[in-house]
Design a protein around this ligand. Sequence first.
Ligand SMILES: NC(=O)c1ccc[n+]([C@@H]2O[C@H](COP(=O)([O-])OP(=O)(O)OC[C@H]3O[C@@H](n4cnc5c(N)ncnc54)[C@H](O)[C@@H]3O)[C@@H](O)[C@H]2O)c1
Length: 305
Amino acid sequence: MKNSVLIVGLGNIGLIYDYNKSFKYIETLSKAFFKNPSFNLLGAVDTSIKKTLLFKKKFDLPAYNSIEKAINKLKPNIIVIAVNTEYHLKIINYIFSFYRPNIIFCEKPIAYSYQDSLKIKELCKKNRCKIFINYSRRSLKKFKTIKKKYIFNNNICNIYYSRGFINNGSHFLNLSEFFFGRLLKINVFYKKKINKNDFYVNFSAKFEKANVNFFSTKNITTNFFNIINNKYFIKDFNKNTKIYKINKIYNGKQKNVLKKIFSSDNKIQLSVTSEFRSFLDNRSLLCDIRNSIVTQKNINRVIND
Ligand SMILES: NC(=O)c1ccc[n+]([C@@H]2O[C@H](COP(=O)([O-])OP(=O)(O)OC[C@H]3O[C@@H](n4cnc5c(N)ncnc54)[C@H](O)[C@@H]3O)[C@@H](O)[C@H]2O)c1
């Protein structure tokens, strides 16, 4: 069956984030692939029996505890990898030992190390399997519009991210690469290891079109950024994005006029699957392996600075 999907990993992003939310919230890959009519969600795998039961109950589709059993039964042509980052390489390698899907859609970051991300790229190349990475922000149409209409050659950008640089800050690194081009130079001024794989890192980064400051925050819900250039002030907070036009200073006061609001998107993962569908028609915003390897290389530069 065309565009048939198997999801491997039923944790937060695979199943849980929107489990108890109404169907208008699409924040997980299970719900997104289930709801998008361009795909045929066949089933899922997780080593946790509890999670497979939750999946079965919600979607009335099969769920397995063994990847091999799921693949041999369902024969999907798209496999979604939503297991913990440290297992991405191992599981992709394992799948290729007995099966060759047409496409792998893998959660971000590809891996914790640049070397492992290159191994994943090579494995996919060798097995003639396309791979995309779920850096979801660049798949959102609002950010495409912002890049096209509101970002010029000189910008200043401040980013506040939580939950670790590799795990979550990498979303904003990838988005910065999308908005501002190549990363030219970095200056790390604070770095602290927070677990065996990740860091809090504060640093400034010079991109082709912007100077960007990254700040880590301990508040797990804090993720926001702003961009300023000679015409606009762009403020992204809690998934709401507001664009202000910067007016000239008069009477000693500067007045910024609200020009546009892109309101909160509760269907982020559905947007991703729509871009996935568009990819199949060759017009996608999805993050391909080339762009995600650039992000992985830049992650490496920052944490080794
Ligand atoms: N794109 C996003 O916005 C976003 C958001 C959250 C997480 N993520 C990424 O998604 C991945 C998973 O993160 P999470 O927060 O959902 O983690 P999680 O720990 O909540 O879920 C991981 C799941 O994988 C399962 N698993 C582990 N090994 C397995 C195996 N061999 N076979 C089958 N299932 C296995 C676990 O039982 C667990 O249910 C990570 O790479 C993370 O960086 C992306």
